[in-house]
Design a protein around this ligand. Structure first.
Ligand SMILES: [Cu+2]
Length: 151
């Protein structure tokens, strides 16, 4: 009987963990994909992830039906050169917004099944530890860089 009790305690503990991963504590907004010139087989995607809960959430991986693979990258300037660093996962602190933006964190969408044009809609699946998979639509848009104003 003592054994059964300890199993029940373990089961109840699991239930508490499952409840803490309330999907409502994750809000994903402003998702878009940058259009790239013909011949470039990579696109960057940007979005905001808000964690409205009391626990850190962890983004483990991303995939998309329209791309062979998706990586989490961060652009870093070192010795006047921009390089992209692969991130294995992202931690999003409680009550904070994690912002992906050009020149900083982005999702690298590698090898599209077709060329993504402005106005196209794709989708991204964000896989969180404990909270599970979130699917969001992403519109393809032209990247409005600051350099565009200097032409
Ligand atoms: Cu990248």
């Amino acid at each position: 009987m003592l054994k059964l009790n300890s199993i029940l305690v373990i089961l109840m503990t699991f239930q508490v963990i499952a409840l803490s991963a309330n999907p409502d504590s994750i809000q994903i907004r402003d998702v878009w994909i940058s259009e790239t010139p013909p011949g470039v087989s990579k696109n960057a995607a940007y979005l905001k992830i808000e964690n409205t809960g009391n626990k850190t959430i962890i983004l483990q991986s991303v995939d998309s039906p329209d791309f062979e693979r998706v990586e989490i990258h961060r652009s870093v300037v070192k010795d006047d050169k921009v390089s992209m660093q692969l991130q294995s996962e992202l931690e999003i602190e409680p009550h904070s917004v994690f912002q992906f933006s050009p020149g900083d964190f982005h999702l690298m969408l590698i090898k599209p099944s077709k060329r993504m044009r402005s106005g196209d809609i794709s989708s991204l699946n964000l896989n969180f530890l404990t909270a599970g998979k979130f699917s969001v639509d992403a519109e393809v848009k032209k990247l409005q860089s600051e350099h565009a104003h200097h032409h």
